[in-house]
Ligand binder design. Structure first.
Ligand code: SF4
Ligand code: SF4
Length: 270
């Protein structure tokens, strides 16, 4: 599946990185709630911004929402300019990678640091840790797993500040992001996602549009026959017309109905 207009090379690179990340995560040292690590990142370190050259930087739907808002552009333009999307065979969902510049650097890095800092993606917030969601029993999401990335070039690990995992997650704003990211976890671990052939190309396109291309999804609701087919109350309509967070929550509701067959929408009788 290629839901972006980027080259086949981009797509293959993304697939390769995603497979490598799955493999690497299993080997990295875990860190649990209550455990500590020593780390401090600051401009005085020789490695300043070296970590902002990650060709495997994957974005969640909420990351895309925040970044396109920060850049004051539509989601379709953001996706076209800055991302490549592939299907993750293990999740059965589209995953979207932030494209680095030709020189390997993040398009948002400057000499001063991150130019989108307040809206930086989840994985930039968690770094120098990483996180993944484990699969739970009976199709339910399992727990969040955190692990230490500890790259050789990152001098922050030699610094003296001591962090508890939970304090780091809160301090970096990752806890707030993870509330929104749960949307993806909930979908990924829905029992219907695991059924062979359940998610075809058409459904994958719908998932990608609804989760990542929110401005196009809004048009799909308000500028097609959508509202002739589904009953949506006025309060919800007012919210999703203006608010992207509400629209993202509504997107999941619609995907649960249209892709997973849950009774989360009310079809109108024609
Ligand atoms: S978004 Fe910001 S923190 Fe993340 S890689 Fe780019 S410049 Fe670095
Ligand atoms: S200390 Fe680590 S996280 Fe901070 S700039 Fe250096 S490489 Fe990046």
């Amino acid at each position: 599946m290629d839901t972006s207009s980027h080259s086949q090379d981009d797509r293959l690179v993304a697939e390769g990185f995603h497979a490598a990340i799955h493999e690497a995560v299993g080997k990295l040292p875990r860190i649990g709630w209550g455990e500590t690590f020593r780390f401090k990142c600051h401009k005085g370190l020789s490695c300043w911004t070296q970590c902002c050259r990650n060709p495997g930087l994957f974005l969640t739907p909420y990351d895309v929402l925040r970044l396109k808002k920060k850049l004051n552009i539509k989601s379709a333009e953001f996706l076209e300019k800055h991302t490549a999307t592939v299907l993750d065979p293990q999740l059965g969902l589209p995953v979207t990678r932030l494209l680095m510049n030709k020189d390997g650097a993040c398009p948002f890095v400057s000499a001063e640091g991150c130019s989108v800092y307040a809206d930086r993606p989840t994985s930039c917030r968690i770094y120098p840790l990483g996180q993944a969601a484990s699969s739970g029993v009976e199709g339910k999401p399992g727990e969040h797993i955190f692990f230490k990335v500890e790259e050789d070039y990152c001098k922050g690990w030699g610094e003296t500040s001591v962090w508890k995992l939970e304090d780091w997650v809160l301090d970096q704003g990752a806890a707030e992001y993870n509330v929104h990211n749960e949307i993806l976890v909930k979908l990924a671990f829905h029992p219907a996602m695991g059924e062979p052939g359940a998610i075809d190309e058409r459904k994958l396109g719908m998932i990608h549009m609804a989760l990542f291309d929110l401005d196009t999804f809004r048009k799909f609701i308000f500028e097609t026959t959508f509202l002739k087919k589904f009953a949506v109350d006025d309060e919800t309509l007012a919210k999703i017309r203006d608010n992207d967070e509400d629209l993202l929550r509504f997107a999941v509701r619609w995907l649960e109905f249209s892709v997973l067959g849950s009774p989360t929408m009310e079809p109108k009788s024609l």
